[in-house]
Design a protein around this ligand. Sequence first.
Ligand code: SAH
Length: 350
Amino acid sequence: MKKILHDLGVAELKEYLSAIGEKPYRAEQIFRGLASGRKISEITDISKDLRLKLTEEFEDEPVRIISSKKSKIDDTEKFLFALSDGNVVEGVLMKYKYGNTQCVSTQVGCRMGCAFCASGIGGLVRNLTSGEILAEVYAVNRYLGGNTEKREVTNVVLMGSGEPLDNYDNTIKFIRNLSSEKGLSVSPRNVSLSTCGIVPNMLKLSNEGLPVNLTVSLHNPFDERRKRLMPIANKYKISEILSACDEYFAKTGRRYIFEYSLCKGENDDKACADELIRLLKGRPCHVNLIRLNAVKEKSLLPITDKEAYAFKEKLEKAGLSATVRRSMGADIDGACGQLRRKFLGETSND
Ligand code: SAH
């Protein structure tokens, strides 16, 4: 596998160009060209010689959209990306009134093994590099007709396959380069990072000076019951997660969000609602209730919409801020890892 030019920020590109005897000012042209979703070979504001030199050493197109599928219900679009080593990851584009939000993958597979999630079924294959995560956004922005002047992807959520805080350095570098004004200028405030709760890295994140929307997958307010859904709960207690969230708020001033995927008989009872209220009341947080997207390999079942809204009302009545997340792309395998699994299944049958 060749190297990935998208891994380099503008300063690193300048250094690299100086080292090979090229003018450093070319760095911004290259960075802008890549951020517009162009292949190296399409960046025609640099010389053909330089393009050739670069493509000898770097992947011309490290992330390529190989299929896209649009929901008939809500315009949500799901993408399958091929990486240069043949691995595939998925991404989703959701259209809202205020802009377009892209959900990106940070790893091929995942080693967190959550009970309801399709991404972790085959374990972790490998981390994505910062440049590969970035190239997912660049590719979709271009697909929508955007470039660096006309930005089509306005918000990014790290909620595709993978655990971003298990691929920490690449995730941080991705957010920094995504926000570069020489590229797409997506502010960290428009980025949501979702984690299963890797406490030491949550603390590290609070010191990065990157005020992203921190989102934590809670799914059960009792440590023992949470372990049934999320193996990471064996490592970090909910009390430690809450302290890390406090720290994040103290350092960034940003309210944090808890994700709570409602599973029948697992976390939808009165005791769970009461404990959630006890734990979260008075905290600068929001609870995002998710209707379980049933995955065929898993036995967990969703609850009805009526039950989900009743759960939300209970939280709201007690003074918590809560919403039931709009279910998007239900007809296009919207849940994490579903499309990749389908693709792997289809391609390995012959
Ligand atoms: N690794 C990150 C991102 C995961 S995806 C994390 O754990 O937070 C974003 C959210 O969707 C997480 O809260 C995850 O637990 C949840 N999720 C994954 N599969 C799901 C499914 N089939 N139905 C409902 N929620 C799911």
